[in-house]
Design a protein around this ligand. Structure first.
Ligand SMILES: Cc1cc2nc3c(=O)[nH]c(=O)nc-3n(C[C@H](O)[C@H](O)[C@H](O)COP(=O)(O)OP(=O)(O)OC[C@H]3O[C@@H](n4cnc5c(N)ncnc54)[C@H](O)[C@@H]3O)c2cc1C
Length: 458
């Protein structure tokens, strides 16, 4: 392992001294969602693809590992770094946002945050088509590298479907430049997709071309108290078939109650605080149209009770119950997070079976669950007063992934593999898939300097 000074000297030989951060500056960075993100003692803040290229070329020759950082909101440990490594900060990469409203296309630097691009698109009467609760910090670079999804993915796809082009720098410093801005481009292998979801293991993304969408219509927010996932699906499909469904998020009671307690917004659930689950929908239907559509579901028992936001602040409160998962983590002890996808037709049975499997492991497990319902994407958190042992966490992880691949789901849905999901991924992936991934990694990063130990199981 090279010393801090040796790494600083290496970097200063290819970029300006002022772009190189020493240990005192690195430790002053906000580590974001993982304490270990700022474990390395040296960071570099390039301003262009050429500077990224110079840094990677030097690091590759000297075999110094590089961990790229965007907004540090990743939830799978993909940005964790160690002494002897270099953190590649992307927040000063120039290029900003260039929108062509007629083409409905944005060419952006990876430094741009999701919210900045949402706001810039709105100025042109357009929408991004991607929406996560981490919008204020998550960067376009991080969202490409994790193939981010979120609440609108069931309508517009994940980042993979939103990208038209990319610019990225490989480990040896060569630049892959494919800033294509048209949807039809069959020019051999689709290289941009290699970097999407690669979590910085195949290259550093510097710019991208992103598709934009029509602006969202006026909408209303409804919170439905419901018996469970099967009812949620019937309700979602009914509103979807009417053409008015914009967002549709399902929360089981324990999650909603934990966020309500953590935010002091217990009043939001007061209309029915003992329902097994809650469905939050944003819909473009007129209020009376929506009420007519939902009315029969009160009789069938799919809706226990309902509340419709009467003002923007009531709508914001309802959405805060869904989005402020950090507030839940403040009241939960020892939370452990999981992120999977289950085919929609199996969701209800999966949740019933999962509760039984978890109860067999320990009687004091509390399960907090929410779903981006349209995609069958479940975010599951287990918590309890006592700290977990490694063996218990392994058992819980196996209970959660049980049967998921066989039914056609995914053991990591939108947060990626990073370090947190390596074991889970490795035991659920086909040998052929792992072999192909290792071959791609070895071809593009033969010395293994890019985000080592992440995504690709050894
Ligand atoms: C409150 C909250 C809500 C969230 N909700 C969602 C959600 O609904 N849907 C969803 O998909 N995710 C969600 N996330 C997870 C997270 O926001 C996304 O994974 C996001 O895309 C990460 O972006 P980032 O800029 O913070 O990346 P970082 O955390 O900085 O990095 C993530 C990974 O990408 C790599 N990377 C970052 N930038 C680059 C680059 N330019 N080139 C190459 N590699 C790079 C890093 O090395 C790391 O492996 C949520 C997170 C939080 C905290």
């Amino acid at each position: 392992m090279k010393s801090e000074q040796a790494i600083v000297d290496l970097l200063c030989s290819v970029v300006e001294d002022s772009t190189v951060l020493r240990s005192n500056q690195v430790s002053a960075l906000d580590p974001g969602w993982e304490e270990g993100n700022t474990g390395a003692s040296v960071a570099v803040r390039p301003r262009s693809a050429d500077e990224v290229s110079a840094v990677l070329k030097a690091c590759n020759e000297a075999e110094v590992p590089v961990v790229t950082h965007g907004g540090r909101t990743g939830l799978s440990g993909g940005a964790v770094s160690e002494p002897g490594q270099v953190i590649m900060l992307t927040d000063r990469i120039e290029g900003g946002i260039d929108i062509d409203p007629l083409e409905r296309v944005a060419v952006v630097s990876v430094a741009v945050t999701q919210q900045e691009l949402q706001e810039a698109a709105a100025e042109h009467g357009l929408a991004l088509g991607l929406n996560t609760a981490s919008r204020g910090s998550a960067t376009i670079g991080g969202m490409i590298s994790t193939n981010a999804g979120g609440m609108e993915a069931f309508r517009f796809g994940m980042m993979r479907q939103r990208m038209l082009g990319i610019e990225a720098v490989l480990a040896d410093g060569s630049i892959v430049s494919d800033l294509t801005r048209v949807p039809k481009a069959n020019e051999g292998y689709d290289l941009k997709q290699l970097f999407c979801g690669a979590e910085g293991t195949l290259g550093v993304v510097t710019r991208a071309v992103i598709k934009l969408e029509d602006p969202e219509p006026e909408s209303n927010t409804t919170m439905l108290a419901i018996p469970g996932a099967a009812a949620a699906l019937r309700l979602m499909r009914a509103v979807q078939q009417s053409g008015g469904l914009l967002l549709c998020e399902l929360m089981w009671r324990e999650y909603a109650a934990a966020v309500a307690t953590g935010t002091g917004l217990e009043r939001v659930l007061a209309f029915c605080d003992d329902a097994p689950a809650y469905l939050v929908m944003e819909s473009a239907l007129q209020e009376d149209e929506l009420l007519n559509l939902l009315e029969p579901f009160f009789e069938t028992g799919d809706i226990i009770d309902a509340v419709m936001a009467k003002s923007e602040s009531e709508s914001a409160d309802i959405w805060r119950i869904r989005e402020d998962s950090q507030a839940a983590f403040r009241v939960l002890k020892n939370p452990a997070l999981f992120d999977i996808s289950v085919p929609l037709g199996k969701l209800d049975a999966y949740m019933v079976d999962l509760e039984k499997r978890l109860a067999d492991i320990a009687s004091d497990i509390s399960l907090q669950a929410l779903a981006h319902l349209g995609d069958g994407n479940l975010h599951l958190t287990v918590a309890r007063d006592e700290p977990w042992t490694d063996a218990e966490l392994d058992q819980i992880s196996r209970a959660i992934e049980h049967g998921v691949k066989e039914m056609g789901g995914a053991v990591s849905a939108e947060h990626g593999i990073g370090t947190a999901k390596l074991k889970t991924f490795s035991r659920n992936a086909a040998d052929g898939n792992l072999g192909a991934m290792r071959a791609i990694k070895a071809a593009l990063d033969p010395k293994g300097i890019l985000n080592p130990g992440k995504v690709v199981p050894a």
